[in-house]
Ligand binder design. Structure first.
Ligand code: ATP
Length: 300
C-alpha cells in the first residue's frame, strides 16, 4: 500500500505538544533572514534565473531542511548563505547584519568528504581553531578533543581520514565545523554518499548533537524521510526558477525516534512533500517498449 492509499490526517493538524513547540520557537530571536533573494547565472545559452524572490526567516536553534527537485537551486541557496556566491538581488541577514562573504559564524558540511587527508582527526578539528580562531595549540587541542568526544570518536583522534568510514569522516567534519562555534551550520546533502544504515545512524547522531549545542541548522536533502525526521520546518522549492512553494511545519513530536517513520503525522507530511515535489503525471514513469523476448515469455 502506498501513502496515497491510506486515509491520513492533514499535515497541518498539530498535536498540543507540537503547537506548543512552534509557539516556543516563534518566541526565539530570528538568527537568519533571507530577503527576496534572487540569483541569475550567465550561461552559454543566455541568463539562467536560478532563484527568484526567496524569502524566509530562521529562528535560533531551529532545524530547517531545504528540499526540491534537482536543479531548483538548493546548492546555490546554501552557497549564497555561506557567502561563497553573491546574490543578484535581495539580501541575507545573519543576526541582523548583512552577509557579504564567508565567515566563522557559518560552518559548512558538504556531501564530499572535505577533511585534510594528511592530518589526523585531532589536527583536522584543531586546524580552524588555530588558523582562524587564534587558539594556541594547547587550548585548540583541548577544545578539539571535547568536540571529537561530542561526536563519539575519542578512540580515533590519531587516525587519518583514510582509516575512517564515510560516516566517521562526516562526524569529524561536523566536529570541525562546530568547533568554530558557528551561529549556523549549513549542511549540503551531508549524508548523501552514505549507505542507508549509516545514514540512519548519522541522522540520530545529528539530532543528539543538535540537542546539546546552541546551533541553528540549515540542511539540504533529496530524501523526504530524512527531511521529515530531522526538521522543525521544511522549505520546499520548485524549479525554473527556484521559488518557495511552501514552508511546512513538521507535525511530528519531539524527541524524534525511528518508530515515528510510520506515524500518521509523518506519513501525512511525506505525502504532502511527494505532492509538491513529484506531482504524478499520467504515464510519466513508462518507457517506450522495445521487446527483446518472444511473445508468451512474460514475467507478469
Ligand atoms: N556557476 C554556475 N553557472 C551557471 N549555472 C549555474 C551555476 N551554478 C548553478 N547553476 C545552475 O543553477 C541551477 C540550480 O543549480 P543548483 O546546483 O543550485 O541546484 P540543486 O537544486 O542543488 O540541484 P541538485 O539537487 O541536482 O543538486 C541549475 O540549472 C544549474 O545549472
Amino acid at each position: 500500500m502506498t501513502t496515497h492509499e491510506i486515509a491520513l490526517p492533514s499535515y497541518r493538524q498539530q498535536s498540543p505538544a507540537v503547537r506548543e513547540r512552534f509557539r516556543k520557537i516563534a518566541a526565539r530571536p530570528v538568527v537568519l533572514r533571507v530577503n527576496r533573494l534572487g540569483k541569475t547565472f550567465d550561461g552559454v545559452q543566455g541568463a539562467i534565473q536560478t532563484l527568484h524572490d526567496v524569502s524566509f526567516e530562521v529562528r535560533r536553534r531551529e532545524f530547517i531542511s531545504i528540499i526540491g527537485p534537482s536543479g531548483c537551486g538548493k546548492s546555490t541557496l546554501i552557497r549564497i548563505l555561506a557567502g561563497l556566491e553573491e546574490p543578484t538581488s535581495g539580501a541575507i541577514l545573519l543576526d541582523e547584519r548583512e552577509v557579504t562573504g564567508p565567515g566563522p559564524d557559518r560552518g559548512m558540511v558538504f556531501q564530499g568528504y572535505t577533511l585534510f587527508p594528511w592530518l589526523t582527526v585531532l589536527k583536522n578539528v584543531m586546524f580552524g581553531l588555530e588558523v582562524s580562531q587564534g587558539f594556541g595549540s594547547l587550548s585548540a587541542e583541548q577544545e578539539a578533543r571535547s568536540w571529537i568526544e561530542m561526536v563519539g570518536l575519542q578512540e580515533f583522534t590519531e587516525a587519518y581520514p583514510h582509516e575512517l568510514s564515510g560516516g566517521m569522516k562526516q562526524r569529524v567534519a561536523i566536529a570541525r565545523a562546530l568547533a568554530n562555534r558557528p551561529r549556523i551550520l549549513l549542511m549540503d546533502e551531508p549524508f548523501g554518499a552514505l549507505d542507508a544504515q549509516t545514514r540512519a545512524k548519522m541522522q540520530s547522531y545529528l539530532l543528539q548533537i543538535w540537542k546539546n549545542v546552541d546551533v541553528t541548522i540549515i540542511f539540504i536533502t533529496h530524501d523526504l524521510d530524512e527531511a521529515v525526521y530531522l526538521s522543525d520546518r521544511i522549505v520546499v522549492l520548485k524549479a525554473n526558477p527556484g521559488e518557495i512553494q511552501e514552508i511546512i511545519e513538521v507535525p511530528v513530536e519531539h524527541p524524534r525516534s525511528p518508530e515515528q517513520f510510520l506515524s500518521q503525522e509523518f506519513l501525512a507530511t511525506k505525502k504532502r512533500l511527494e505532492e509538491l515535489i513529484h506531482p504524478a503525471k499520467e504515464g510519466d514513469d513508462l518507457l517506450p517498449i522495445v521487446r527483446l523476448t518472444p511473445v508468451g515469455d512474460d514475467v507478469y
